[in-house]
Design a binder for this molecule. Structure first.
Ligand code: C2E
Ligand code: CA
Ligand code: CA
Length: 649
């Protein structure tokens, strides 16, 4: 036990000091975000350190108070009491920040301020009493026999401390559901622990235990939410997405203007497959370091997948063009990682404060969208986020909501577009095309909602519902008996990747007693990455009895070698190829048709709009034709009326 002049036990307090210094060192050597919560954490640590040191110093000096000038005696005692109060106060503020209490008041800033003033009142009053004590003796005083507490008022110190712990606990409980389990448990935990510590100190007055209790509290905070590593990206060592949320929220709350420069490595995917992860990561780290060096007044973030962001406080003026020029210039040169030249190409977009949403979640959404859009926008010569992009994003969200609702209410429809057989000179099949008609916003084209469904993962459910509708139609209209040989159903690459697909579809077909060979799945060629997986999946589907076609041949990158390896029997030539032929732009079409026919495949041409196209394509040897000349996609009843003959029934 450490002995001093006083009868107090110093063990806990002395042990707390090096711990506190160490934590402050670990915390302080990194650049932290200038957010309220970090500042409060710093205040907590500083006041804890001051309080601990002056607790020891004042206890010792109080024993020999005559040896020092009276003002010094008052000073060391004030330097113990004041941080004691500040620590509790700051800790409650910190808890409020971690629990995102300010979010509750986002749209009622006045109520928020009022609340904070009310919460601060006990601390302010107690601090005033402490600071006035040298003159009034209201909390403590030095009489002829030395140091004395003022028994009547002194308990206010403990009252204030209990008050802040209770307020903190209240914050935690109010926001409990919104917190991650880790934050919820740790904030609740350290506040309860603090409570026990203070009670203990009151019971065993001679053991200086409070500083120890607070250092444990601070340690819990550090480990659960303040560790700067939580806010760093591991690859680039820049701030990460969570850090952006923190600073974004803080700036939006304070209504501080800021602008963002979005930087996307748009050849990220290619670079990864060419250079490999290790090399690419090294160059991404170099980019990060270069950004920090080149734009020191900006905060640099890395949002994964080659997306960087620079944030600057203040309005964006002319300087964004200089920044983009500087970026352009540097990226014109390769990054030398492990001796290799890694070429990264970038696209950039600037988000000025005027266009920034005032809600951090919406801001995040806009950034995610803009990262994806930056290449296209740059191609158009755009380097600033535009109103059009904002409305496109808004529209996307509306579509998302409409799609979700339609899937829930099973309102997605299938329209049917006839497929004409040149050999039989009649309609022998149809392609099922998804239709979404929203009661409020009307018809949404599949090009819009399919894309949304693919990204949200809802494409699986959409596929199921369409397939079920097709089965119902085939069964209820006895299509097979009436001469319709097949119905084509589109499959997105995302659907093809799902291993459960075949099992699910087979079960549905069985339920409606539809033979699987009446279904022809149309598949677009996807990226080379998943060729193997696609093949496995297609073979599975084929074994389930379905037929398979390649859709949109001629768009994107069609790999002929791979095509011949897929278990397909039909190739659908994209309408752009047919149109190019009839416009006189290319002469490749007849050779293409011949080539596929020689390979034993059937050929469908889409986008047949005129009689001339129909006749010439028939002469060319195409097996099936589809297009507006025959009919646009139409509801099931209309298709039945117009294209399904009655006589065979
Ligand atoms: P797709 O599979 O290439 O479908 C052909 C598209 O071309 C359809 O557009 C159709 O209405 C349109 N079309 C047909 N004939 C003509 C013509 O003569 N001239 C012109 N200009 N257009 C014609 P739609 O229905 O808007 O579908 C767009 C795309 O949405 C489809 O392209 C397909 O990729 C996707 N899609 C539609 N339904 C589904 C579905 O149920 N599942 C999945 N995964 N994708 C679907
Ligand atoms: Ca199709
Ligand atoms: Ca197509």
């Amino acid at each position: 036990m450490i002995h001093g002049l006083s009868p107090y036990n110093y063990d806990f307090a002395v042990a707390a000091i090096p711990l506190q210094l160490l934590l402050m060192l670990f915390y302080g050597i990194r650049r932290n975000l200038p957010v309220r919560r970090n500042r409060l954490f710093l205040v907590v640590m500083l006041s804890n350190l001051t309080m601990t040191v002056f607790d020891l110093v004042s206890c010792e000096m109080n024993e020999v108070w005559q040896s020092f000038p009276l003002w010094m005696m008052y000073l060391v005692n004030v330097l113990y009491f004041a941080p004691f109060i500040v620590r509790g106060w700051a800790l409650a503020g910190y808890t409020a920040e971690v629990c995102q209490v300010p979010k509750v008041f986002l749209h009622r800033p006045r109520a928020g301020k009022l609340c904070w003033v009310f919460v601060s009142l006990p601390a302010l009053v107690t601090l005033a009493l402490i600071l006035l004590s040298p003159w009034t003796g209201v909390i403590f005083t030095f009489a002829a026999d030395g140091y004395h507490n003022n028994a009547a008022i002194y308990p206010i110190i403990y009252f204030t401390t209990y008050f802040y712990i209770s307020v903190s606990l209240l914050f935690v409980l109010i926001r409990w559901r919104a917190l991650t389990p880790q934050i919820a448990v740790s904030t609740l935990g350290f506040n309860l622990f603090l409570l026990i510590g203070i009670i203990f100190r009151e019971l065993f007055f001679h053991v200086l235990v409070t500083s120890y209790v607070s250092i444990v509290t601070i340690l819990v905070i550090y480990l659960s939410s303040q560790n700067p590593d939580f806010y760093r990206d591991r690859v680039t060592r820049l701030f990460n997405r969570d850090a952006f949320e923190e600073i974004g929220l803080d700036l939006l709350q304070k209504k501080t203007p800021f602008y963002c420069v979005l930087i996307t490595i748009h050849n990220y995917g290619t670079a990864r497959s060419i250079y490999g992860f290790h090399q690419l990561n090294s160059s991404l780290r170099m980019v990060g370091a270069w950004l920090i060096r080149s734009f020191p007044s900006h905060y640099a973030f890395y949002f994964d997948n080659g997306n960087y962001l620079l944030l600057h406080q203040g309005e964006v003026n002319g300087q964004w063009e200089t920044i983009l020029d500087e970026l352009e210039e540097r990226f014109a040169h390769p990054w030398k990682a492990h001796g290799a030249d890694v070429s990264l190409s970038l696209s950039t977009l600037v988000l000025p404060y005027a266009l920034s949403p005032r809600d951090v979640t919406e801001l995040h959404d806009l950034l995610r969208y803009s990262f994806g859009q930056s290449y296209v926008e740059n191609q158009k010569g755009n380097h600033l986020i535009t109103e059009q992009m904002l409305s496109a994003l808004k529209r996307q969200k509306i579509v998302e909501a409409a799609l979700e609702k339609a899937l829930e209410e099973r309102r997605i429809l299938a329209y049917y577009q006839p497929i004409f057989s040149t050999a039989e000179n009649r309609v022998v099949g149809a392609e099922a095309l998804a239709r979404l008609i929203d009661p409020e916003i009307g018809s949404i084209p599949p090009d819009e909602f399919i894309h949304v469904a693919e990204r949200s993962g809802e494409i699986m459910e959409l596929g199921r519902q369409i397939f079920e509708r097709v089965c119902t139609f085939i069964q209820s209209a006895s299509l097979r008996e009436r001469g319709i040989e097949f119905i084509n159903v589109n499959l997105s690459p995302a659907q093809c990747m799902n291993a459960q697909l075949t099992a699910e579809f087979s079960a549905l077909a069985q339920k409606y007693q539809v033979p699987m060979n009446m279904i022809d799945f149309e598949i677009t060629e996807s990226t080379a990455d998943d060729a193997q997986e696609l093949q496995t999946q297609l073979i599975r589907l084929q074994k389930g009895g379905a037929e398979l076609s390649i859709d949109d041949f001629g768009t994107g990158t069609s790999n002929l070698t791979r095509l011949t390896k897929l278990p397909i029997h039909v190739v659908k030539l994209d309408m752009s190829i047919a149109w190019a032929h009839f416009n006189g732009e290319t002469t490749i079409l007849p050779d293409l048709v011949r080539m596929f026919k020689n390979a034993g495949l059937k050929v469908v041409v889409e986008g047949v709009e005129t009689l001339e196209m129909k006749e010439r394509l028939t002469e060319m040897g195409c097996d099936y034709l589809q297009g507006y000349y025959f009919s646009a996609p139409i509801p099931a009843e209309d298709f039945e009326k117009r294209f399904v003959p009655d006589e065979n029934r």
